[in-house]
Design a protein around this ligand. Structure first.
Ligand code: MN
Length: 523
């Protein structure tokens, strides 16, 4: 029995064996694309292992949230995509005998440890670029499939819930193991059905697709592809038939965007006369002498034949070369695409990057139930609701970007910043900042820090950098953490994207610290 990541195998097996000994588990996960896929992977694996569970989501695992978790009657709590950074607080509850934590996370651990702690950083694997929360959860899921008493037949296990014909489950509503009302319609369909035989479902390899969506959602595909431990998960997904990879155009929206929009909105590589140029994109495609419209509608990239893709891609590269785009940027036009092979062509769910965007839209508007349901296979109500949330989200983003571009940013020595007050929601101000990087007057050579009001007392600060700045030494997680703590706030995240909560009125002092720290990192 070898899991996907040998370095994590022993710890994953210990965590899985412990979970198998528990009657029921509280599953707590972070609300974002990685956290939602983490929860979905864990939920499927627990269900298949015959372990009852309830799911809760938290935007932030602060002391109050952990105390509320400790107050439940669960003796075991499985944390996914968070928990490591809060281990000092969690361990205090463990010491008090309130619950035993099992943690599948990839964030920097606090200065404490616990027995069932599965985190790539403890085993020399980079948690920012090589394994996400969903990846850690996947490693645990694979171990759960390996360490059980073997395959459980539906209805065979005494006292366990039975699958109903609609794919849901029946449980005693009074039992702590019954599904949370927060799951609502999330009760899953296909992926939860009980595994039989030696199939990708029996060993949980079919969950690799969700792990890849989580990794992509956490921005781990740098330079156009996933690396390290993530690659091992991709390999398992391909072998299991749930993933396909290809060298493809590295633009966002290959499944759902009409071709001209695909080209016009591509922002990572700026091609003069095409990027941010609706008419230019149309002219470029019209000149190609291909039938790119069907019934008057522009086809999406995913609908093109290999030959057609080749023609468009070559012409695009040609145009980039003749308009002076530097060679390393032209390389960025091509990357590895991660296609979810069992999802319908032309849907968001078919493309890992579009899938993660859809999940993030549900998360930003506190509809983790919708995102989880989509991950678990709900293709009717939940998917439509998620699409609606994404449409609203895009409207909010575009008005946010307009605002920043119109008002501009203030440039300090090493960072640039703006304060949106109440005019941009704090849950999206970071994405707006990231998307505004590179717009007129907003340089890509300095990280950007965006502020938005959280409530009366606190301001959210979000920072975004570029992978090229990270290669020069930028670590926004450290910057946001240290600068926030210097003004009695707190923060953290990843090297290329991080956030902080700052007491209202302390923004200027926070900025001064952040500017100095970035200066030190990039010197
Ligand atoms: Mn994560």
């Amino acid at each position: 029995m070898a899991g996907p990541i040998p370095a994590l195998e022993e710890r994953a097996t210990a965590c899985a064996a412990f979970l198998h000994d528990q009657g029921s588990v509280l599953l707590a996960s972070h609300i974002d694309a990685d956290g939602l896929t983490s929860a979905a992977i864990a939920a499927c694996a627990l269900e298949r292992a015959g372990i009852e569970f309830e799911t809760v989501f938290e935007k932030q695992l602060d002391e109050a949230a952990i105390a509320a978790i400790a107050d439940t009657e669960y003796d075991t709590v499985l944390f996914t995509d968070f928990g490591s950074g809060q281990l000092d607080v969690i361990a205090a509850h463990e010491d008090a005998g309130e619950f035993t934590p099992v943690i599948a996370d990839h964030h920097q651990p606090a200065d404490r440890d616990t027995t069932y702690h599965l985190n790539p950083l403890l085993f020399g694997i980079n948690g920012a670029s090589e394994l996400s929360g969903a990846g850690a959860s996947y490693v645990l899921a694979r171990a759960l499939a390996e360490t059980g008493d073997g395959i459980v037949d539906a209805g065979d296990e005494p006292g366990h819930e039975h699958a109903t014909p609609d794919g849901g489950t029946t449980t005693d509503p009074e039992s702590p193991g019954s599904h949370s009302p927060r799951l609502g319609t999330a009760t899953a369909t296909a992926p939860l059905s009980r595994p039989t035989g030696n199939s990708p479902r029996a060993d949980n390899r079919d969950l690799a697709a969700l792990a890849v969506v989580g990794a992509v959602g956490d921005m781990q595909a740098s330079g156009g592809e996933l690396h390290g431990a993530n690659e091992a998960i991709v390999t398992e997904g391909v072998e299991a038939g749930v993933l396909e990879t290809a060298t493809d155009l590295a633009l966002y929206g290959k499944q759902t965007r009409p071709l001209p929009k695909l080209l016009e909105y591509a922002s990572d590589v700026q091609i003069p006369g095409i990027s941010n140029d609706a008419n230019g994109s149309l002219r470029f495609l019209d000149d190609l002498d291909l039938e790119l419209r069907r019934d008057g509608e522009w086809r999406p990239w995913a609908d093109l034949t290999g030959e057609e893709k080749q023609v468009v891609a070559s012409a695009l590269v040609q145009r980039a070369v003749t308009s002076g785009v530097p060679p390393h940027k032209i390389d960025d036009l091509v990357g590895t695409s991660y296609v979810l092979a069992t999802e319908a062509v032309g849907t968001e769910l078919r493309d890992a990057s579009e899938f993660s965007t859809l999940l993030n839209a549900t998360a930003r508007y506190e509809r983790a139930d919708v995102g989880l349901a989509v991950c678990l296979g709900n293709r009717a109500g939940a998917l439509e609701r998620a699409r609606q949330l994404l449409r609203e989200h895009r409207r909010n983003l575009s008005s946010g970007i307009d605002l920043v571009t119109e008002e501009g940013v203030t440039s300090e020595a090493h960072v640039q910043w703006f304060h949106a007050g109440d005019r941009i929601r704090e849950t999206i101000v970071g994405i707006v900042a990231g998307m505004a990087l590179g717009n007129a007057g907003i340089s890509r050579s300095k990280p950007i820090i965006a502020f938005a009001n959280k409530d009366e007392e606190a301001v959210k600060a979000s920072a975004r950098g570029t992978h090229s700045l990270v290669r020069q030494g930028l670590d926004l997680s450290a910057v946001m953490g240290e600068a926030a703590r210097a003004v009695d706030g707190d923060g953290g995240g990843h090297d290329v994207a991080a956030g902080a909560t700052v007491p209202a009125g302390r923004e200027a002092a926070f900025l001064e610290f952040a500017d100095e720290l970035v200066g030190e990192q990039l010197s």
